[in-house]
Design a binder for this molecule. Structure first.
Ligand SMILES: NC(=O)c1ccc[n+]([C@@H]2O[C@H](COP(=O)([O-])OP(=O)(O)OC[C@H]3O[C@@H](n4cnc5c(N)ncnc54)[C@H](O)[C@@H]3O)[C@@H](O)[C@H]2O)c1
Length: 326
């Protein structure tokens, strides 16, 4: 059992995603340690249905000015992230902000510099970096299980949810970019993107982003909300084997394929064997994310998805967006 008795957290925004943060915090902390702030009175009922002892307010100022609160989780729409995060840090609070950290890199950089100068934690909710399967893949790559990393691709496809305030790239791809950045451990030297807008003018329903990393590592990300079925598949290819991670499956989510090609006496030969299912702990990524945030505050450690990581992901989104608009 975790002991975060010294943490008092406020969750700003209890909408579709924010209510998951409230439920998760309710499982980790006493309700007296949690305050939820949302403009909407509807959110009050949602929060009360999770735990009637959780404090609720519609007044953001009262949260920012509350000296007892040392950690803030921001789960409001993306365009509000910068303003709320900045005010929260200026009031001395550690911040976990949902993805995307901000809408433009300059703002993310300003938050990063603020967190460094005030020695506060700034973390972004790239929840897949707390998924036990992704951590298992990272370990496997570092231990040489698939040999030299060569190629990664991610398909994040579904019929919906269509948004009008952002395109499919901004809605879905931050997760894939964050995982690819984490697995490669480097920044791309080339970014290209293409897409199509069919339902709403100027809002891409489908995009394809190509990333080139140093050491001849390549990646692409295909996202779409105009697709007949849900698919969340990431394939990671090395010169000794391959992983396939399909979070949309009910079982056998992570597989290792000992497949590929090798040179024998100057001849390229295929090696091909049955896949093995890799088991991993069934821990909830969002709970792991919050625990990581609270631990980084208590132990003064740098979060895995810190402001620097968030800024790099945002820069990739920004260049891909410029490509799309060209
Ligand atoms: N990590 C993930 O997997 C994941 C998944 C979905 C959404 N998200 C992110 O979570 C954020 C919220 O998305 P959502 O789908 O829950 O949005 P939403 O519109 O359903 O909810 C936003 C809530 O914030 C409230 N709000 C807005 N401005 C506020 C303010 N200034 N102060 C207090 N409350 C305010 C609204 O009343 C609403 O209840 C977005 O950044 C989104 O990208 C992350």
């Amino acid at each position: 059992m975790n002991n975060f008795d010294n943490i008092n957290v406020a969750i700003i925004g209890a909408g579709r995603w924010g209510k998951n943060h409230v439920k998760t915090a309710n499982g980790l902390l006493n309700p007296e340690q949690i305050t939820v702030c949302d403009f909407s009175e509807n959110a009050r009922e949602v929060v009360a249905s999770i735990n009637s002892k959780i404090n609720f307010t519609t007044d953001l100022d009262s949260v920012i000015n509350n000296k007892e609160i040392d950690a803030i989780i921001i789960a409001t729409p993306a365009e509000t992230h910068f303003g709320i995060a900045k005010r929260a840090m200026e009031a001395g609070k550690n911040v976990l902000v949902e993805k995307p950290i901000t809408l433009i890199p300059n703002e993310a950089d300003e938050l990063l510099q603020l967190s460094l100068s005030l020695n506060l934690k700034l973390m972004v909710g790239h929840v897949l970096l707390f998924h036990p399967a992704v951590l298992r893949i990272k370990d496997g790559i570092e231990n040489g299980e698939i040999g030299k990393l060569q190629y990664i691709y991610s398909n994040r496809l579904n019929l919906g949810a269509i948004r009008s305030e952002e395109n499919a790239l901004w809605s879905f791809a931050p997760h894939d970019i964050s995982v690819i950045q984490f697995l490669v451990g480097d920044n791309p030297i080339e970014i290209q993107a293409n897409g199509g807008a069919f339902i709403q003018q100027g809002i891409e329903d489908t995009t394809m982003t190509f990333l080139t990393y140093p050491n001849n590592i390549k990646a692409h990300i295909f996202v779409s909300w105009l697709h007949p079925f849900k698919e969340q598949r990431m394939v990671i290819i090395g010169d000794k084997g391959m992983y396939v991670f399909e979070d949309s499956l009910k079982t056998e989510k992570l597989k290792f394929f000992p497949k590929g090609f090798k040179e024998v006496n100057g001849v390229i030969e295929k090696f091909d064997a049955d896949y093995e299912v890799i088991e991993f702990d069934n821990r909830m990524p969002l709970a792991e994310e919050q625990i990581h945030f609270f631990e980084s505050i208590e132990n003064n450690t740098t979060p895995r998805t810190d402001g620097k990581h968030a800024l790099e992901v945002l820069k990739i989104l920004d260049v891909a967006t410029q490509n799309l608009k060209r």
